[in-house]
Design a protein. Structure first.
Length: 101
């Protein structure tokens, strides 16, 4: 369900309790993430998020294993939202990506 107005979007976000900040805090705590950047792509209603997550826990894991780790960490939150797209990097991969390598 998408919000038709800013007020409706804010109410949806308040009722679910899911915000980029709450998602970021949980990922930092549970995955020891050194960098988390979460974008709300839903226009503020808190129903569609894209995330960049940098964690040493992703080392030696496939993309699928990384996504499963993130999804299990955010199981309750993901159940309450419409769309979730994580992009997972190790600290080394992230440094290389930022450096344009």
């Amino acid at each position: 369900m998408s919000a038709r107005t800013d007020t409706e979007a804010e109410q949806n976000q308040l009722s679910s309790g899911i915000t980029p900040d709450t998602l970021s805090a949980k990922l930092r705590e549970k995955l020891e993430a050194s960098h988390v950047d979460i974008a709300d792509l839903s226009g503020g209603c808190g129903q569609m998020f894209e995330a960049i997550i940098v964690s040493p826990q992703f080392a030696k894991k496939t993309t699928l294993a990384r996504h499963r780790l993130v999804n299990s960490t955010l199981k309750e939150e993901i159940a309450a939202i419409h769309a979730w797209t994580p992009k997972c990097f190790t600290p080394e991969e992230w440094e290389k990506k930022k450096g344009g390598g």
